[in-house]
Design a protein around this ligand. Sequence first.
Ligand code: FAD
Length: 472
Amino acid sequence: MQAKGSKLWASALNDAAPTPFWTDRPERPTPTDPLTTATQADLAVIGGGYSGLWTALLAKERDPGTDVVLVESALCGHAASGRNGGFCAASLTHGLANGMERFPDEIAQLERMGRDNLDDIEDAIRRYGIDCDFERTGEMEVATAPHELEWLQESHEGAVELGYRSELFDAGQVQNMVHSPTYLGGWWDRDGVAMLDPARLAWGLRRACLEAGVRIYEGTPVQRISKSHGGALTLHTPHGEVRAPRVALCTSAFQGPLAKVSRHVVPVYDYALMTEPLTPEQLDSIGWGRHRMGLGDASYRFHYYRLTGDNRILFGGYDAIYHFGGRVSPSLEYNEATFETLSQHFFQTFPQLDGLRFTHRWGGIIDTCGRFCAFFGSAYKGRLVYAAGYTGLGVGATRFGAEVMLDQLYGLDTERTRLRMVRSRPLPLPPEPLRSAGINLTRWSLARADSHQGRRNLWLKAMDATGLGFDS
Ligand SMILES: Cc1cc2nc3c(=O)[nH]c(=O)nc-3n(C[C@H](O)[C@H](O)[C@H](O)COP(=O)(O)OP(=O)(O)OC[C@H]3O[C@@H](n4cnc5c(N)ncnc54)[C@H](O)[C@@H]3O)c2cc1C
């Protein structure tokens, strides 16, 4: 549906700044000085997204005497961690359905640990006084095509079995809560997801790290790692180096200094729009202001959307774009065609918001892997560990991943390190040109499945059989 037959969606984008809304604010911290000397630490962390920041902070919480250095190539939180949708989910497995399918024997345990992890995030935000608009509203998944109703039913049943506060709604009920003519049903997981301001979380964790005594060096890319005498590792950066016996590699989808991580991770671009703040009347017209839960549709190519603290709407997802050879570049964060598609879908979802304008549009990189949830590994005889592959659901799960990495670095045998999810790894993705051919065929097949009652074609069934997939 195109509102009033006009190119409304295109003109709504006219004044949208090509930069993430969340980081485009005056409280953005001033970068620290880069590393310009040779230094030593007990623990070195590479990368200043949530993964690296939680690892550094939790290491200090476990033992305040640990000397921790964190090196970040740009500014902490400049990448995915400062520009995401802000859905902080308890799920460690990219959703309950993916977890039930891949780890049926330990899904109850994973879910319990995921809920505890979300509670711990909420507790840390309070303890450190991080002002990031944390709202534990839950998330409602909506069906916009009849075949998706069955999927919602299955998710609801799985959630009830696990004892969650879960509710299922028919079209009338869900439209009564959030007034979109596109909704045919809804499943609301009331406690398993919180909405938050992603950049303020990253900046708050950065401040907490600094206050705990973590030495942070921004503008400091690690170019190479080498072994030093006595079993330590040395991180080489343009103007200095860090020597440490333990290293956590938290570089997500970026081509980091350890090539073997990239065999399992592909950088995929995901995009989002932010509207101007809604007036009370506009908010009233969509009915969403009462519960404020995050929303996502159940399609394979799904949208996610949420209200901000000042009642803007963030609307993202749908397209997930991989570039040949895993190309990563700031120029790829801007994609006019995807922004127009998102804008068009926004006004189809809420036609009553005709006239609303977008203030920001941006993209960022997701570290997708074949099983859609984090995997863990080590190198240099266990002196370096890494976690990657969170796909599009790392806001909450990276804290759990940080705990796993610290357990592994300190040789601890814990409930976490014994998980099959932690001990197993996804299949490596094939090299180019097979990699992009496979990803593009999968994207095409998923789009086709969405318009063919969710039916998976032979290619998707073959991928299911091997345990490989593509998601955002
Ligand atoms: C548009 C978008 C929307 C998303 N929405 C959601 C959502 O709503 N909910 C959710 O759960 N997840 C979402 N995600 C995913 C989520 O943001 C990520 O899973 C999470 O931020 C990953 O954190 P990270 O620390 O692993 O990675 P990053 O935040 O990418 O951090 C990695 C850091 O490593 C640094 N680095 C890389 N190489 C080097 C090097 N050689 N030396 C030093 N530093 C280096 C980078 O500069 C970067 O700062 C979204 C992602 C995007 C892009």
